[in-house]
Design a protein around this ligand. Structure first.
Ligand code: BGC
Length: 747
């Protein structure tokens, strides 16, 4: 990019003192010059994002007129690309400053070719695949003029009751940060101005995942240390890798709604992190501050949001209706408004919209073979094998299989939440592929017609099919509508009569493989012992059926690992691996289950440690867990120094050998614990991971390097600090695996 030296009026508050000879990007110069010529109405217009209901067929005249007057800066969810073209033409040809519009949509896990839900993609522990998937999403979506996606969602999610956990990368800040980078680089491509790039939007800033009780939109109480050490981390990564935009969240964060929270929006995002893009509110979240009881009316909501430096308002019209008045009354300043408009124009420039406002509707690229292959690979790598009793899986290719369950042939449901553009006609379901493209002799009987179905009328047929087969493949789970926004559940077991049907099928004594498609972990206590194998496929997307066929027939070994702790019971939530210790941590060998407590036992006879009398202290499956068809031996674990100095780089080596019979992938995980801190530290934190592929009998050395800065935390002095002292490390197969332990003392 060429850099010229120009004089500049103020670009933002920070640049007020720009020395005359500062080097200024020519884009900034252009932005300044445009803004200096804009009317107040036009400036307010740039902060407005409007939508059109998909039920309204024709573009409403009032929207067309507003664009003509320069009173709208962006649109979301314009489903018809001809509408988008028409609006853009009016904006760039007829509006006073001829500023292009930016069209946005929730392209969350694919546009037409749908990839697994983000929680599933995180289970792949394969950022390269995630980057490729989001690149494909951008290539497909940009053919409809969508140059801005409201993704990735980077909310740390520790509560599977919360429906939006499906859109997250799970509970871990490090894994979520790695995924953040992959998504953003994929959506935005090498060059944001390429017509196939979409601006990313890191959302929801911040604390949305901590909604009380997993009830959507609820209050988030997150203390300052937790905020910095856990919730903010992936968003910092988003800024570092150049996310063009951020979105605020609906929730009230420690008493101040996120959409007007100066501490996070101004002090952290702008002043500490130097974020250069723009921030959009969530849908109506500005005026919802009235409901929160934080603003008495829309005008006060606008005042508070604007002063917190929220640049664009999604759908509600508080800025449009009141900003002029707020400026006249001195409650907000035109200079600050200029700053907001410049943030927005900067991204429009970087997207190349000023030079190339239109798009290429090249539909040939939709569902391209390469896109489908990538979606299939991601679905394979996202699938987690949770149980495999007596190696029931893979199923020999000449078996007689009974395909049962409401998700076996549910093309819409397997796409999952947020698939406005996905088309079920393109979905490959397990039934499709097993019938058409496998050597199995297949008996199909759904037993239940949808996941919440409580009718037992189909049970008889399903049992008949099971009896005539060698093995039952039971496709269970949740319909797409049961997870996602506002779709929280208080119980997260299999809905409807699915457990009942599994229990009936178990009576046939045929082995059962349970294949789950769901937007969250499912509590399995009532049936876990009745099934022999469990595969978690999440909502696997367009190619879910063929991905599962490859795994079930043993063409590939499953390699997903859980990005979230899987509870046994809802009562254990919140449950996450990176918790703090208590003063009385559980002593496993002393744990007494409530059924074993003697009658009239002495009150303190149970050891007084931290556990549940009924659910115990362990999850069903820990974070990072997942089996495969092969096995791996970990050996020769070494550390470069046991006495590093502050600032040193430390290397951990481990030899991994595939001791099984087939080629497989393994995600080797490195965890650490800072044993003593000026702030209590989690019992374990993921520090690094690497996914490798090994042929049987082959070994590979995995080398992890990290610096002592990677061990830092935000401490009582409100600064990031690495403290000297003792640390433990584990090279592990999952978060509870402590077989390979190392120690070092940092000087
Ligand atoms: C969601 C956002 C989404 C927006 C636009 C809101 O309800 O919380 O995540 O991007 O709608 O569809």
């Amino acid at each position: 990019m060429s850099i010229s030296i120009v004089l500049m009026s103020c670009n933002n508050d920070k640049m007020d003192n720009t020395a005359l000879n500062d080097v200024i990007d020519p884009i900034e110069h252009k932005i300044d010059s445009i803004v200096s010529r804009m009317s107040l109405e036009e400036k307010i217009g740039q902060t407005a994002q409007r939508g059109k209901s998909s039920r309204v067929k024709k573009l409403p005249e009032n929207l067309i007129n507003a664009v003509r007057k320069g009173e709208i800066g962006s649109f979301l969810n314009i489903m018809d690309k001809n509408d988008a073209k028409q609006l853009q033409k009016i904006a760039v040809e007829e509006s006073p400053s001829k500023i292009p519009l930016i069209f946005a949509r929730d392209v969350i896990h694919g546009f037409k070719t749908i990839f697994p839900i983000p929680l599933g993609q995180a289970a792949s522990f394969n950022p390269e695949l995630v980057r490729e998937g989001s690149r494909i999403a951008a290539i497909e979506a940009s053919t409809s003029g969508i140059r801005w996606t409201f993704a990735p969602m980077l909310d740390i999610s520790r509560d599977p009751r919360w429906g939006r956990i499906a859109e997250s990368a799970g509970e871990d800040p490090y894994l979520t940060s790695i995924m953040a980078e992959a998504y953003i680089k994929g959506f935005q491509g090498e060059d944001l101005s390429s017509p196939t790039s979409m601006a990313a939007c890191a959302k929801h800033f911040i604390g949305y995942g901590a909604a009380e009780g997993g009830r959507d939109y609820n209050t988030a109480n997150i203390n300052e240390y937790l905020l910095h050490n856990v919730y903010l981390k992936p968003f910092k990564t988003a800024v570092d890798v150049g996310s063009a935009t951020f979105m605020t969240s609906f929730n009230d964060l420690n008493g101040i709604p996120a959409s007007a929270n100066q501490y996070v929006l101004k002090d952290i995002l702008r002043d500490q992190w130097d974020f250069e893009g723009f921030v959009v509110s969530d849908w109506n979240s500005v005026i919802e501050m009235v409901n929160h009881g934080f603003a008495k009316d829309a005008k006060e909501a606008a005042e508070k949001a604007a002063n917190a430096m929220l640049d664009m308002e999604m759908t509600s019209t508080a800025y449009q209706d009141h900003m002029k008045e707020l400026i006249q009354e001195g409650k907000f300043s035109e200079k600050k408004l200029d700053h907001m408009v410049k943030n927005i124009l900067r991204i429009k420039f970087r997207l190349g919209l000023f030079e190339n406002p239109y798009f290429n509707p090249n539909e040939d690229i939709l569902y391209d073979k390469k896109h489908l292959a990538s979606a299939e690979e991601t679905a394979i790598e996202s699938t987690v094998l949770l149980k495999n009793k007596n190696n029931i899986l893979p199923i020999p290719i000449t078996s007689k299989v009974a395909i049962i369950g409401p998700l076996a042939n549910a093309p819409h449901e397997q796409l999952g939440t947020w698939t406005f553009d996905g088309e079920k006609e393109h979905t490959v379901t397990p039934l499709d592929v097993f019938k058409k493209d496998s050597n199995y002799s297949v008996q199909y009987s759904a037993g239940l017609s949808y996941s919440r179905d409580r009718s037992t009328t189909g049970f008889g047929e399903a049992i008949k099919a099971a009896k005539a087969s060698d093995v039952i493949l039971f496709f269970a789970g949740e319909e797409a509508i049961l997870s996602g926004e506002a779709h929280s559940r208080a119980n997260i077991n299999l809905p409807g009569a699915q457990e009942k049907l599994i229990s009936e099928l178990a009576k046939t004594n045929k082995p059962i493989v349970l294949i789950l498609m769901a937007g969250r972990p499912i509590t399995l206590g009532n049936i876990i012992d009745k099934v022999d194998g469990i595969l978690m496929a999440w909502h696997p997307g367009t190619m879910g059926g063929s991905a599962l066929k490859n795994i079930i027939t043993g063409k590939v070994s499953p390699s997903g690992k859980l990005p979230i702790t899987w509870p046994k019971e809802v009562g254990q939530i919140p449950i996450h691996y990176n918790h703090k210790n208590t003063g009385r941590p559980v002593i496993p060998e002393e744990f007494v289950h409530m059924d074993s407590i003697p009658i009239a036992a002495w009150q303190s006879s149970l050891g007084n440690t931290s556990h549940y009398l009924d659910a115990g202290f362990l999850p069903q499956y820990p974070f990072g867990y997942g089996l495969g068809y092969s096995d791996f031996a970990y050996s020769d674990v070494t550390i470069s120094t046991t006495n590093p100095n502050m600032g040193d780089v430390i290397t951990v080596r481990v030899k991994i050998t595939n001791i099984g019979k087939m080629k497989a992938k393994e995600t080797v995980q490195l965890y650490f614990r800072d044993l003593v801190g000026s702030l209590t530290r989690p019992v374990k934190e993921l520090l690094r991971f690497e996914k490798i592929t090994l042929d049987p009998g082959v070994s590979k050395e995995v080398i992890f390097t990290f610096s002592t800065d990677d061990l830092a935390f935000y401490g009582p002095d409100k600064k990031w600090i690495t403290e000297a002292g003792a640390f433990k490390l584990w090279v592990a197969k999952h978060s509870l695996d402590e077989t390979n332990e190392l120690e070092f003392v940092l000087r």
